[in-house]
Ligand binder design. Structure first.
Ligand code: 6YU
Length: 500
């Protein structure tokens, strides 16, 4: 029976690939992926800066351990460094945050003593842990994660650091401001004021020290793709509208209308387009329109921008063992994580850089991180303008007027028409129910229409690993399994009827 069932998957990111992979393995022979762009991988995108491999999209396997399917596949395909495979590495729990030896530079060109800023880092980590504890409790004390951190930090600083001199106290608050900007990158949010306090704890991190792919993240999608039949993906084939619930049709109840005018009929369609794309195009992408509960969840769940700016230097200006560089503005003790004037001060949102390691592989390359509307504005600037701003920034923070980048490359996820941002976060009005609504198939249960016409996968549909590659992968498998178990129950009921 599986051989006759027609399944169309919209989007060839990791979730679409994972769904196709599992369906094909279970004997479904009529599976087709329609992809808008000329490539597979979606937000897994490996590029080059000269000879150096860089990740334009996903960077790390977050929590590489046995429960992480992205890690298990990468290990199976031989894509990881030996260190990432050690049990020791898998056992470390970093709570989903970038680790590594930091260097802190201040806007007056001073390199700060790491021990001096440690207490601010510690307080910030403590506050984040407390934020996750509001999940499932009735009533939240503050409007958002940002609001909670700001209020609590002010209070605790006044109590705990009352005896230190005001300048040092102010600097510690500026460090917290820097951490808030880093948190915007991690969450894919414009400001932590947009991230919900009650829902913050819904995200689950896995143990394991985050690792990268020496040959590029795309090794993962390419290996999976190599196990799919040739011709399963049609590239440069944007889907314009999914017509579902067509009362006149008894078979192949869904029609997928493509931008080039082609219509593809199917029994089931798995939609894996990013939430950013859904927010913008839901009204034209579905006919009839989505039910209100689903639409409201699409609108409520946040989808923000996090971009990277890779910068190459002839020589390092950071310590040899440094893995993470923080840029602390000394006039930000109000802990504001958004710029009032994008044109003049967008660069302030760049919280710092990760150092690409090992040096023998990458040379002296840094990856700058910038989230939010400032990041979206950055996308509109020319590379020369960005290079000029980055050069000024680094000269100011190092106090060295001669530091000069050799070349740069920046990502532009907001202006990517098929993504419209970077990844999802749970915004202030969100609850667990929104994530459930995201993954709910159409037509809704209780309807008499043919079931499972449209299914939904993609990172923003995972209940606790949203915003990650492993989350996206699991949602592809989840929707494939939904169809596999649907047909195994149809088969067994046919079998038992024939026995009667
Ligand atoms: C991770 C990481 N990482 C950095 C940056 C980005 C992301 N992520 P896809 O978009 O891949 O596929 C959809 C396809 O659909 C696509 O090919 C489209 O072209 C196509 N399409 C669209 N419209 C269409 C149409 N009409 N017709 C046909 N086709 C259409 N994840 O694990 N590690 O280091 C990062 C990072 C800059 C942009 C990331 C990371 C997110 C992943 O990349 C992403 O989730 C998956 O690739 C999505 O796959 P997909 O299949 O769903 O969609 C406490 C707490 C806080 C909570 N957050 C903590 C986690 C932090 C998240 N990680 C972030 C960090 C980085 C750095």
């Amino acid at each position: 029976m599986a051989g006759n069932v027609k399944i169309v998957i919209v989007g060839c990111g990791i979730s679409g690939i994972a769904a196709a992979h599992r369906l094909v393995k279970h004997g479904f022979q009529n599976v087709r992926i329609l992809e808008a762009t000329a490539r597979s991988g979606g937000r897994i995108k490996t590029g080059r800066l000269g000879d150096i491999i860089i990740e334009i999209g996903a960077n790390w396997i977050h929590g590489p351990c046995e429960e992480n399917p992205a890690f298990c596949l990468a290990r199976q395909y031989g894509l990881l460094d030996p260190k990432a495979l050690t049990l020791e590495n898998q056992g470390v729990d970093v709570g989903g945050h970038p680790q590594g030896l930091p260097n802190f530079f201040s806007s007056s060109g001073q390199k700060l003593n790491a021990e001096d800023v440690f207490s601010a880092q510690e307080m910030f980590a403590e506050l984040l842990t407390e934020c996750s504890e509001f999940q499932g409790q009735k009533g939240e004390p503050c409007a958002s994660v940002g609001d909670f951190i700001r209020k609590e930090a002010k209070k605790r600083v006044a109590e705990k650091w009352k005896d230190i001199n005001p300048a040092t106290r102010s600097l510690l608050l500026c460090v917290i401001s820097n951490m808030l900007k880093a948190e915007c990158c991690i969450n894919g949010a414009h400001s932590m004021d947009e991230v919900g306090l009650g829902a913050y704890g819904l995200y689950k991190s896995l143990p394991g020290l985050d690792c990268t792919f020496p040959g590029g993240y795309e090794g993962l999608t390419k290996n999976l793709m190599s196990e799919l039949p040739d011709g399963l993906v049609t590239y440069n084939h944007p889907v314009q509208c999914v017509h579902w619930n067509d009362a006149e049709k008894t078979e192949n109840s869904v029609t997928v209308e493509c931008e080039n005018g082609e219509s593809v009929v199917a029994d089931h369609v798995i939609v894996t387009v990013p939430l950013g794309y859904l927010k913008k195009h839901h009204s034209t992408l579905f006919h009839p329109p989505l039910p209100l509960h689903k639409l409201h969840s699409i609108q409520r769940i946040g989808f923000g921008t996090n971009n990277k700016i890779f910068v190459e230097f002839d020589a390092p200006w950071w310590d040899p063992d440094c893995e993470l560089i923080h840029l602390v503005w000394e006039d930000e003790d109000a802990m504001v994580d958004q710029s009032p004037d994008l044109r003049r001060s967008w660069i302030r949102k760049l919280f710092g850089f990760t150092v690409l390691k090992p040096t023998e592989r990458y040379g002296h390359v840094l990856c700058g991180w910038i989230a939010g509307h400032e990041s979206e504005y950055m996308e509109t600037l020319s590379e020369q303008e960005i290079t000029r701003e980055i050069t000024q920034l680094i000269r100011r923070f190092t106090g060295n007027p001669t530091v000069t980048p050799r070349r740069i490359f920046r990502s532009q996820w907001f202006h990517d028409p098929w993504t419209c941002g970077s990844y999802s976060h749970l915004a202030t009005d969100c609850s667990e129910q929104d994530l459930d609504n995201m993954m709910d198939p159409l037509p809704p249960r209780r309807s008499n229409a043919q079931p499972l016409q449209v299914l939904f996968a993609g990172e923003a549909t995972h209940p606790c690993y949203f915003s990650t590659v492993h989350g996206a992968l699991l949602t592809g498998w989840r929707e494939a399994d939904r169809l596999i178990s649907h047909y195994s129950s149809v088969n067994s009921s046919k079998l038992s009827k024939s026995k009667l």
